[in-house]
Design a protein around this ligand. Structure first.
Ligand SMILES: *Cc1c(COP(=O)(O)O)cnc(C)c1O
Length: 381
């Protein structure tokens, strides 16, 4: 089965009891057992739920993986992966990751004795150099948030394999449609399904996908033992979103490319970060490891924070909000929103300047989006 067909059908055959085409929302906490120890595979909905199982199976399929495990949020999925580790273990992390991922490592897991190092995502040698005796995991995101850097998945997978450590990729920005890290050698893929996977700004969720039976076994144990599972309604909303993932992604990309090209020529814009532009530093790598460039782009405005404030307040179609990857276009100011948990100095070090604005390009008419941006940019000048 190919991607588009699987997104609609994989693991989602009609309901055996009624013939219902849509996977039912199994809104139940528990399941009647025929006799002690005799049941239909479901005992309690923290452990397993048929709506969640359908979601887990299709997400594994979309990543080209064997096993999927759904969680109540992207960060709950990340937490599950980190729980493969123990106190005293060390993780090498790309230096441009989601602010909440950074906060999770630094404010939660450090207290439990986890060691972390952050390295330049565009230097595989830096990853290799940071690997210590107690390193158990390499964690990256690509494209990165918010600077849209592209990280060489195949190269890092080779390093991780040689050193026998796990390699996890947060694939939220590309979505499974444009990038499949397991096929490039990653051991684990994580998504915030809140974003492109569900795609309609109406649900929070996360997933871990892997081909590694031991990793699956351990994370499944953790999922049940720690309990951060999504409810059946949230699973169903995500399943519904997945059916249109491919057509949404194509539109997101088409609009983003159109807007990136125009903004690159705009006199109020200093810099455009979009991997689909030929002058992006890792454009060639993006072409090699992705099948599309996605719908996220960032810009640096001329004029600093006052210009950013005027720009944001001048927008009418783009809405100022956290999050990304949904049908509606959103604008976000990383220094005060998604990356507020970083200290100023950390932010500067990572190249997140005070004039940086992130745009999640939706699937509205691209001309309306460009008109909206142009109108607001005039105000920012
Ligand atoms: C949003 C996001 C997360 C966190 O996911 P939640 O669903 O908000 O918990 C992790 N990684 C990336 C890249 C994200 O954009």
């Amino acid at each position: 089965m190919r991607f588009e067909t699987g997104a609609i059908h994989f693991g989602q055959s009609s309901d055996p009891a009624t013939g219902a085409i849509s996977v039912p929302v199994y809104q139940t906490s528990t399941y009647q057992q025929e006799a002690i120890g005799k049941h239909k595979g479901y005992e309690y909905s923290r452990t397993g739920n048929p709506t969640r199982a359908a979601l887990e199976n299709v997400l594994a399929f979309l990543e080209g993986g064997k096993y999927g495990l759904a969680f109540a949020s992207g960060l709950a999925a990340t937490t599950a992966v980190i729980n493969l580790l123990q106190s005293g273990d060390h993780v090498v992390i790309g230096d441009d990751v989601y602010g909440g991922t950074y906060r999770l490592f630094e404010k939660i897991f450090k207290r439990w004795g986890l060691e972390t190092s952050y390295v330049d995502v565009n230097s595989p040698a830096a990853f290799e150099k940071e690997i210590r005796k107690n390193t158990r995991l390499i964690w990256i995101e690509t494209p990165t948030n918010p600077l849209l850097k592209i990280v060489d998945i195949k190269c890092l997978a080779g390093i991780a394999r040689a050193k026998k450590i796990l390699f996890a990729v947060d694939n939220t920005f590309a979505s499974s449609y444009f990038q499949q890290p397991l096929k490039l050698g990653a051991d684990i893929v994580v998504h915030s399904t809140t974003k492109y996977i569900s795609g309609h700004s109406d649900v929070i969720g996360g997933v871990v996908v892997t081909n590694n039976a031991q990793v699956y076994h351990d994370i499944k144990f953790y999922q049940n033992a720690a309990g951060a599972v999504p409810g059946p309604w949230d699973c169903w909303l995500t399943l519904r979103g997945i059916k249109t993932l491919s057509i949404r992604m194509r539109e997101h990309e088409r609009n983003a490319l159109y807007i990136a090209r125009h903004l690159a020529k705009h006199s109020a814009v200093d810099k455009v970060f979009y991997p689909g532009l030929p002058d992006h530093p890792q454009h060639a790598l993006a072409k090699k490891q992705m099948t599309g460039f996605g719908g996220m782009l960032s810009i640096e405005l001329k004029g600093g924070l006052p210009a950013v404030e005027k720009f944001v307040s001048g927008l009418k179609v783009f809405m100022l909000a956290e999050s990304l990857g949904a049908v509606e276009s959103l604008v976000c100011y990383p220094p005060k929103m998604t990356h507020a948990s970083l200290l100023d100095e950390e932010r500067q070090k990572r190249g997140i300047k005070d004039n940086l604005v992130r745009l999640s390009i939706g699937i509205e008419d691209k001309k309306d989006l460009l008109e909206d941006l142009n109108h607001a940019l005039v105000k920012a000048l």
